[in-house]
Write a protein that binds this ligand. Structure first.
Ligand SMILES: NC(=O)c1ccc[n+]([C@@H]2O[C@H](COP(=O)([O-])OP(=O)(O)OC[C@H]3O[C@@H](n4cnc5c(N)ncnc54)[C@H](O)[C@@H]3O)[C@@H](O)[C@H]2O)c1
Length: 454
């Protein structure tokens, strides 16, 4: 075995499967036996494009084994810790799982003279690899620690692993950095060698930047909502066309992926952005540095679902007893991940307002939202059926399936009222008094040049 991966969540499983498909021998260890059995049978425990095929191939070729005993990691040269680092009550990242895995690993590796690297791939704040994980491993002269943060996005995790913008390896010993970097050699991408804390801070910074761009866009959206004739999408489009954001190369304008974060919506969610932003705020406080920009980004995001539900209430003249269909439950399109999802928060708020809520999400199963069903939410597996009796519908993800909604939404009676929480729909296809979108004044057509689209 070359590589051991500890923890088979999004990060661990994708890391293990992708390393196996690059030709390495991988042992992936998962403590949750049910999850381990599922993976062993070739089924990933979550939806991720391309993962199932690669997993089955790696298992069939014998390049990937799934274990549940950390003692087996003795065979590994490079051992990746990919366990969860959930948000603690004070906003910091909880390192209990990381420390528990490192302690166990320390017991296994103690006294063995072979050179190995223990790599922290979980997201952590600066100092964790050297000051928390290193000591938990115990004194192992032949064991070095490195930080190698994962930058994958759910929904494109395999592609992100296989074609990373850069691989970051933070370490103190060059032989250890080399061992980690060598694993990525088949990818032929730049490997940035740095200090462990720099790698850790870079990961937190990356997510804090994305979160801040989203909240920045939603802040501008809130201002735009007060100005008749203004639509934040038009405003942000003007900003996007700045050549510093959309460079012109060989006469062609390039639209970089970062611009998708300069867009208004119902706020960011998922297992990373909210948690990592809070962690960086907490870390800043711990070193005595106020982080007002980051705090503002968090506050703006926390309030965004409430704003949408308030807008839905104004549009419908009160939500009590209304049939509301929520389109999208996952935190974004293309994933079934419900963690910190604005869609879930919106459902909770609608239920609290007395609405009768039906939800539709092409990737989310009824079982995954059982607690909300117990509170009265209905889940539909058919988009048309979900909308058939709705008084109002709220769009919370940019799912391609929702794009043609104006067709099905504009029945003889005008169809349900619409709150576009993601700026997916073309406002010009809807009657002004039946449609509200984030960042758009309710009477937005007034004051615009005739015939111009929003
Ligand atoms: N999900 C993402 O998109 C993403 C992206 C980049 C970084 N990260 C970071 O990576 C880390 C893991 O995230 P995730 O989403 O994969 O988490 P996850 O909760 O989906 O998976 C963690 C897995 O580790 C297992 N585990 C815990 N302790 C173990 C032990 N001692 N031995 C074996 N298995 C153990 C758990 O049972 C679980 O299956 C977190 O720090 C997260 O912030 C996540």
């Amino acid at each position: 075995v070359d590589v051991v991966v500890i923890g088979c969540g999004y990060v661990g499983l994708v890391t293990g499967v992708c390393f196996a498909s690059l030709g390495h021998d991988v042992l992936a260890i998962e403590i949750d036996e049910k999850r381990a059995d599922l993976i062993r049978s070739g089924i990933p425990p979550f939806h991720e494009p391309g993962l199932e095929e690669l997993l089955q191939k790696a298992l069939a070729e014998g390049r990937l084994r799934i274990g549940n005993d950390i003692n087996d990691s003795l065979h590994g040269d490079v051992i990746f810790l990919c366990v969860q680092t959930p948000q603690g009550s004070d906003g910091s990242l909880n390192t209990d799982f990381l420390v528990a895995a490192a302690r166990q690993l320390g017991d296994v590796l103690r006294g063995d003279p072979r050179r190995r690297v223990v790599v922290v791939r979980s997201t952590v704040t600066p100092g964790t690899t050297e000051d928390v994980v290193g000591p938990a491993l115990g004194d192992g002269g032949s064991v070095a620690v490195c930080a190698n943060p994962e930058f994958l996005r759910e929904g494109s995790a395999v592609a992100d692993f296989m074609e990373p913008d850069r691989v970051v390896v933070g370490g103190r010993r060059s032989w250890a950095i080399d061992m980690v970097a060598d694993l990525y050699a088949p990818l032929n991408v730049p490997v940035i060698r740095t200090a462990p804390s720099a790698a850790e801070l870079a990961k937190c910074t990356s997510n804090a930047l994305l979160a801040t761009l989203i909240s920045f866009s939603n802040q501008i959206a809130r201002i735009a909502e007060h100005v008749p004739g203004v639509d934040v999408e038009d405003v942000l489009d003007i900003i996007h066309r700045d050549r510093r954001l959309s460079p012109v190369v060989d006469g062609e304008t390039i639209s970089p992926g970062i611009l998708t974060y300069l867009k208004s919506g119902c706020g960011f969610g998922g297992s990373c952005l909210p948690k990592d932003l809070s962690a960086l705020i907490r870390y800043a406080a711990s070193v005595g540095e106020p982080a007002s920009i980051l705090e503002g980004a968090k506050a703006t995001n926390d309030a965004q679902p409430e704003r949408l539900v308030a807008a839905a209430g104004r549009l419908s003249g009160g939500l009590q007893g209304k049939a509301v269909t929520v389109l999208g439950l996952a935190f974004k399109a293309g994933t079934d991940d419900l963690r910190e999802s604005p869609g879930i928060r919106i459902v909770e708020l609608l239920l609290a307002e007395g609405a009768s809520v039906t939800a539709y999400d092409p990737l989310v199963s009824a079982a995954a939202v059982a607690p909300l069903s117990e509170r009265g939410m209905k889940i539909s597996s058919d988009l048309r059926a979900a909308l058939s009796d709705a008084d109002l519908c709220v769009v919370t993800t940019l799912d391609a399936e929702f794009e043609g909604l104006h067709e099905s939404l504009s029945g003889a009676d005008g169809g349900p009222l619409v709150v576009d929480g993601r700026r997916l729909l073309d406002p010009d296809r809807f009657d002004e008094d039946r449609f509200v979108a984030v960042g758009r004044h309710p009477r937005s057509s007034a004051g615009r040049p005739a015939g111009e689209r929003g």
